[in-house]
Design a protein around this ligand. Structure first.
Ligand code: PGA
Length: 252
């Protein structure tokens, strides 16, 4: 039985003090982290340490939204995995579609980041997903399979990786993939992992859905056999909504 995982991706929102306030509100409303669902939050870099101070000891994971693939050096504006580790992160999101779309994170770059994060002992949330144009052309499976394969190139053990399927057309748009549309892609991702690794690896890997998850649709999505939780953007900026989504995952 795979343990569900719900992570809030706060993107470029919340100052340090606002992030501390939101994480405190999440803790208050969530109470104990349940054994049936892992919970994580991914504030912007400046707020990582402050949020770590608030959540440490609660069982909530601290996640970063991105990392660089070099150890250190002259990479102005970038953040290394050792910095994230020391800030208290246990997860890093890699290959989010906004990184791919606006910052040139290609599959090979994503792959380098995945490997660097794993080498620092971080768990990785590897994001994949097709654009509307790709879905309409009927190439969703090809695109997502290629992102998974190239993202995991040279990764011997998938144990520290969570895959997030996030159709680009559903992110921040209010449009959610139907539970059946999402399930279909999740099943194909699991089959890809089986081909790359083996059946036990495929059966064990968690595949989150992301893209306009809300309290009103979370339960139906999380009830699907291959959907193991969610990567939550907009709704994670509201403690009540985020906690309601976590509770939906705990129940499913
Ligand atoms: P959304 O974002 O929930 O606002 O659609 C999801 C994500 O980008 O991770």
């Amino acid at each position: 039985m795979r343990k569900k995982i719900v992570v809030g991706n706060w993107k470029m929102n919340k100052t340090i003090s606002e992030a501390v306030e939101l994480s405190s509100a999440i803790i208050d409303q969530l109470g104990e982290v349940s054994a049936s669902c892992e919970v994580g939050i991914a504030p912007a870099f400046p707020a990582l340490s402050g949020v770590h101070g608030v959540i440490s000891g609660t069982g909530i994971h601290l996640a970063a939204q991105n990392c660089h693939y070099e150890d250190d050096g002259a990479f102005t504006g970038e953040v290394s995995v050792r910095m994230l580790d020391e800030a208290g992160c246990s997860y890093v999101i890699v290959g989010h579609s906004e990184r791919r779309q606006y910052f040139g994170d290609t599959n090979p770059v994503v792959n380098l980041k995945v490997k660097k994060a794993l080498s620092a002992g971080l768990n990785v949330i590897l994001c994949v997903g097709e654009t509307l144009d790709e879905r309409e052309k009927g190439i969703t499976t090809e695109v997502v399979t290629c992102q998974v394969k190239e993202g995991l190139e040279g990764v011997a053990d998938i144990g520290d990786i969570v895959i997030a399927y996030e159709p680009v057309w559903a992110i921040g748009t209010g449009k959610t993939a139907s539970s059946l549309q999402a399930q279909e892609v999740h099943a194909s991702i699991r089959a890809t992992v089986a081909g790359l690794y083996n059946e036990p690896a495929a059966a064990g890997v968690r595949i989150q859905y992301g893209g306009s998850v809300k309290p009103s649709n979370a339960e139906e999505l999380f009830a699907m056999p291959d959907i193991d939780g969610g990567l939550i953007g907009g709704a994670s900026l509201n403690a009540e909504d985020f906690v309601a989504i976590v509770k939906a995952a705990e129940k499913s």
